[in-house]
Design a protein around this ligand. Structure first.
Ligand SMILES: *[C@@H]1O[C@H](CO)[C@@H](O)[C@H](O)[C@H]1NC(C)=O
Ligand SMILES: *[C@@H]1O[C@H](CO)[C@@H](O)[C@H](O)[C@H]1NC(C)=O
Ligand SMILES: *[C@@H]1O[C@H](CO)[C@@H](O)[C@H](O)[C@H]1NC(C)=O
Ligand SMILES: *[C@@H]1O[C@H](CO)[C@@H](O)[C@H](O)[C@H]1NC(C)=O
Ligand SMILES: *[C@@H]1O[C@H](CO)[C@@H](O)[C@H](O)[C@H]1NC(C)=O
Ligand SMILES: *[C@@H]1O[C@H](CO)[C@@H](O)[C@H](O)[C@H]1NC(C)=O
Ligand SMILES: *[C@@H]1O[C@H](CO)[C@@H](O)[C@H](O)[C@H]1NC(C)=O
Ligand SMILES: *[C@@H]1O[C@H](CO)[C@@H](O)[C@H](O)[C@H]1NC(C)=O
Ligand SMILES: *[C@@H]1O[C@H](CO)[C@@H](O)[C@H](O)[C@H]1NC(C)=O
Length: 890
């Protein structure tokens, strides 16, 4: 559990020009819906710090009349000159005589401009509303001024660090409402059809935090928040949750969150999932509406995380000037997000989910040659921060928060311990070994990297009382040895509990073996090692094996205990490693089949335990684990699973959202074109990613090939939204072995479109994921052919990426040559005993080579023949057209 002492951040002042400070803005905005233009009147109060003869403000795309300047006695200053510099987006006001030091002046501007339709700053967006059964096209106006967009509406000191109060007046049609950062204080008629709303002054904020909307929505009151939406459909969850989060956060920390206005807008009216400003949060509908008959527990968690973080960011008011060590600030906000949600929903075990899901992906990506830096480049705004950077920032804060005084590290930009982490790439690999006799218990910790970091370490021995949640010492040399005499009789120890430190740990063979024996022995309580620590052990064991630093047999011995496991997290960690091994064993059908049988046998006891239907008394994690574990068992050829799911899918009835991925993906393994089209139709109605993922579970090459071209082809019949494209590529790649070939050929054939269509970051993600699955010389040759097709410029741009890809393929090939034989021999030699769930160890003994999965549909089947494929393709197109036609009627 994370517990951070709240640290309030001082406002660092680094203004580029300190001669004048704006303190107050009074702005009136009059938008015209008819021609999408607006006028604005702005009064800026400034305090002059030192006598000046000119002032520079920002403006972009505005027609501005000559400004008027008044002194504090409200007398107009004469001799004012005015010039505009469109290139530099500035305007300059010059004075015949200097403005006096300590003088207070008002600058008054009349400006006009256009409301754009490109989601840029102040924009208009259309959506379809149903009014008494009739569909109407309606227009709403939204303002998102992040960053440097305030100057598009009114002249201002658009400097990010200039904090002022803003008092906004907005004119709106009578049948619309207006919303801004603060509460409305008055409303008056503007003309016959329009009203004028005045909002309370904001606290001092930078210009980009100002936000407003003119909408024809309805409102719903919750404790501490108002939610505006088109029709109050499924918005109750956002309202209730945001109110609970604000309450809990204020209970835990001495902060005050003012009333929040939240607008849920139709998807096509907002580019990102959320725009969060102080007092006003705008969400995209699909990112937050919740209805239990449509959304899964997974969706619910994602909504909760998004809403919680947006609400907690309300408190960032204390810390606008946070760019220098942005990672510490944003990482801290994320740690509050997890802490608050963990308290509101302890049974969701979100923190454990973070360690086994997000943190794990991060560790995988952070060694693959992608430099995930948490440093926000100079002169960049936080919107350039990627999700990986955000998660890495949180991982650092999570680590530092377990030091004795975290605030020292997080607040001090020059702290050496922090710098040793943020200035270096990747993360350390630590090896811990033990030598002992009757008097000594010597444990040696080695950080095996060239760069040394201040590495926080904790260690727990078998018979140690209690669970230490803080670090025992800091390893800042390459090696430290300690004598732990008190624990001389312990057979095992674990280091870096719950992966609090951002690093991996390898042990000597005896410790791995003792851990495996301990977990295996039914007299021992496996919870002596917490579920999360068991998950970390499994994951690290495979990682070090793949790095050629641990024999695969140690990994296999460790996972044997899983037949005693019932907790989701260790099994989830295992599933991830098993998927990697299955891909690595690709094209060696006997070893792969044996391994798949073995792996499913290990967790077979859960199939009946979890059940294939929902149980009204089950926990959140039970529901989540059903999807993940059973979907995986189907993918590993577990015959019973595939049969049941195919029957359910083909029955065509409605499927509960929490069973959809299981039934849809599991069923698609044996599914037909008809099943695929059924899913496509489901996706068009609901737009859920899990349906897109399930479609990639097909075992039909032709369908898969057609499906993946939709990633680049805008006019393909399977029409994908922009933000779904990379996910579909990943789904095909991860869906089956067949998908690997399809994805690789797609990457080669459509390289040109891929390079045009995607960002460098997306391209890197796609190729790195692909490379993890490539294992043969022909694979490498295809990659070489891809490299050959690049222009010289692209060869430079993607040089690092393709070096990493080639490296990964080489490592995979190396792993295969040294591990496949060993795995097969080991599997042949080890019998798997399934323990009946009740604890009664009545046994069905199965030898590892008793293959029941010969019918697995994940192996590419040469069957069919060209004629069949042609027929299926024609049918496919016919079906698709019918399908599109029928779904547009809905
Ligand atoms: C503005 O003030 C800050 C802090 O008072 C100072 O560090 C900075 O150098 C000043 N900038 C100028 C241009 O005087
Ligand atoms: C824009 O600013 C630069 C640097 O201050 C200056 O050299 C240039 O002349 C400016 N452009 C115009 C059109 O004044
Ligand atoms: C108010 O609306 C009516 C009916 O749409 C229109 O005829 C009239 O011109 C509008 N008045 C103003 C001031 O826009
Ligand atoms: C433990 O370390 C001490 C100090 O280096 C050494 O004297 C002793 O022999 C070591 N004991 C074992 C069992 O390695
Ligand atoms: C539902 O789950 C509970 C606890 O997990 C179990 O005791 C009960 O038998 C289950 N009910 C059904 C109908 O499966
Ligand atoms: C994209 O899809 C359309 C419709 O299926 C097809 O006619 C077109 O040839 C495809 N374009 C490419 C580049 O594959
Ligand atoms: C069940 O397992 C326990 C502990 O491993 C063992 O002592 C016992 O003999 C086993 N019972 C049967 C029926 O195999
Ligand atoms: C297991 O496989 C080995 C070699 O592949 C074979 O000799 C043996 O008969 C098999 N055992 C069973 C029970 O099928
Ligand atoms: C093992 O294989 C034999 C022969 O194919 C089969 O009869 C038996 O049911 C299999 N055992 C299990 C548990 O699948």
């Amino acid at each position: 559990m994370i517990s951070l002492t709240l640290f309030l951040l001082l406002l660092a002042s680094a203004w580029s020009d300190n001669s004048t400070l704006p303190t107050e803005y009074h702005i009136t905005i009059v938008p015209e819906f008819s021609d999408l233009t607006f006028t604005s009147e702005t009064r800026i109060t400034i305090v002059v710090q030192e006598a000046v003869s000119r002032l520079t403000l920002n403006s972009r795309g505005l027609e501005i009349q000559d400004p008027k300047v008044y002194n504090s006695a409200a007398e107009e200053i004469t001799g004012v000159g005015f010039t505009r510099d469109t290139e530099n987006e500035t305007i300059e006001i010059t004075f015949a005589s200097d403005l006096e030091e300590d003088g207070i002046y008002d600058l008054v501007f009349q400006a006009s401009g256009t409301i754009n339709e490109n989601y840029d700053g102040f924009y208009a967006a259309k959506y379809t509303k149903t009014v008494s059964g009739q569909k109407q096209e309606r227009t709403i106006l939204l303002a998102n001024l992040k960053y440097y967009k305030a100057r598009q509406i009114f002249p201002c000191f658009d400097d990010l660090t200039h904090l002022s109060t803003y008092t906004l007046t907005l004119v709106r049609p009578n049948d619309y409402i207006s919303v801004s950062n603060t509460a409305k204080t008055s409303t008056a008629d503007y003309d016959t059809n329009r009203s004028k709303d005045v909002f309370a002054p904001t606290d001092p904020i930078p210009p980009y935090e100002l936000s407003f909307a003119v909408i024809d929505f309805v409102e719903e009151e919750f404790d501490g928040t108002t939610v505006y939406s088109v029709a109050k459909e499924d918005t109750q969850y956002v309202g209730e949750l945001s109110s609970q989060v604000a309450q809990k956060f204020q209970e835990l920390y001495p902060v005050k969150i003012n009333k929040i206005h939240q607008i849920v807008v139709p998807d096509n009216t907002l580019v990102t999932n959320v725009v969060d400003n102080i007092g006003l949060i705008i969400y995209k509908e699909s990112a937050v509406v919740y209805n239990e008959i449509r959304e899964s527990v997974d969706d619910k968690q994602e909504i909760a995380k998004l809403v919680a973080l947006s609400v907690i960011k309300q408190y960032q008011r204390e810390s606008f000037e946070w760019w220098p060590n942005y990672w510490a600030k944003i990482g801290t906000l994320v740690s509050y997000q997890y802490e608050v949600l963990d308290q509101l929903h302890p049974t969701w075990r979100l923190h454990e989910q973070f360690v086994t899901e997000e943190l794990l992906s991060l560790l995988e990506d952070d060694v693959d040659g992608r430099d995930i830096s948490v440093v926000l480049p100079e002169n960049q705004t936080p919107d350039v921060f990627t999700k990986s950077q955000l998660l890495k920032s949180f991982s650092f804060v999570r680590m530092f928060s377990h030091f004795p005084s975290p605030a020292d590290i997080l607040e001090d930009e020059t702290n050496a311990a922090a710098l040793s982490w943020i200035e270096n790439k990747g993360y350390p690999l630590v090896t811990v070994t033990r030598t002992f006799n009757e008097v000594d218990n010597n444990i040696t910790f080695v950080q095996g990297n060239l760069v040394l970091r201040s590495l926080p370490v904790n260690i727990v021995f078998e018979n140690q009382e209690g669970d230490s949640n803080n670090f025992d010492f800091v390893l800042d040399r390459s090696e430290i040895m300690s004598n732990y005499r008190d624990y001389i009789s312990s057979s095992w120890f674990t280091v870096n509990l719950e992966r609090l430190g951002y690093y991996r740990v390898n042990y000597g063979t005896p410790n791995w073996r003792n851990l495996a024996r301990f977990l295996m022995n039914s007299r021992n309580d496996i919870d002596t090692i917490s579920p999360l620590n068991r998950a970390v052990l499994i994951e690290d064991a495979f990682y070090f094996n793949h790095m050629d630093r641990l024999p695969v047999t140690l990994y296999l011995e460790l996972i044997l205990y899983l037949k005693r496991e019932t907790d989701f997290f260790p099994i989830y960690a295992f599933i991830k490693t098993a998927n990697r091994i299955k891909s690595l064993l690709y094209l060696t059908s006997s070893a792969q089949t044996k391994f798949m049988t073995f792996a499913t046998r290990l967790v077979e006891h859960l199939y009946e335990n979890i059940g294939t239907s929902l149980n009204s008394t089950e926990s959140h994690i039970d529901t989540l684990s059903r999807t993940k574990i059973l979907t995986w068992m189907c993918s590993f050829g577990y015959a019973k699973c595939q049969e049941e799911m195919h029957a359910l899918l083909s029955s065509g009835g409605s499927t509960h959202p929490d069973l959809q991925e299981l039934v849809f993906c599991g069923g698609m393994r044996r599914g037909t074109l008809e099943n695929f089209l059924f899913l496509l139709d489901q996706h068009m109605q609901r737009g859920k990613k899990r349906i897109l993922r399930s479609m990639a579970c097909t075992s039909d090459t032709e369908i898969l090939r057609y499906y993946i071209t939709a990633v680049v082809n805008e006019s393909a019949i399977v029409h994908l939204k922009e933000h779904d494209r990379v996910d579909v590529f990943m789904a095909v790649l991860e869906g089956s072995d067949l998908g690997v070939e399809v994805a690789l050929n797609f990457a080669k054939q459509y390289l040109e479109q891929i390079l045009i269509k995607f960002t460098q970051e997306d391209i890197e993600r796609m190729f790195i994921a692909l490379s993890r699955k490539l294992i043969s010389d022909p694979h490498q040759q295809t990659i070489n052919a891809i490299i050959e097709c690049l222009t010289d410029e692209q060869k430079v741009q993607y040089g690092d990426l393709f070096r990493t890809v080639t490296n990964t393929i080489n490592n995979n090939k190396k792993w295969r040559s040294s591990n496949i034989g060993t795995i097969e021999t080991w599997l042949d030699a080890n019998e798997i005993t399934t323990v009946a769930p009740g604890g009664e160890n009545t046994t069905t003994t199965v030898t590892a080579n008793n293959s029941t999965t010969t019918s697995t549909t994940t192996t590419p089947s040469p069957g069919g023949g060209a004629a069949d494929l042609r027929i299926s393709y024609t049918l496919f197109v016919v079906f698709l057209l019918t399908c599109i036609f029928s779904s547009t009627q809905i």
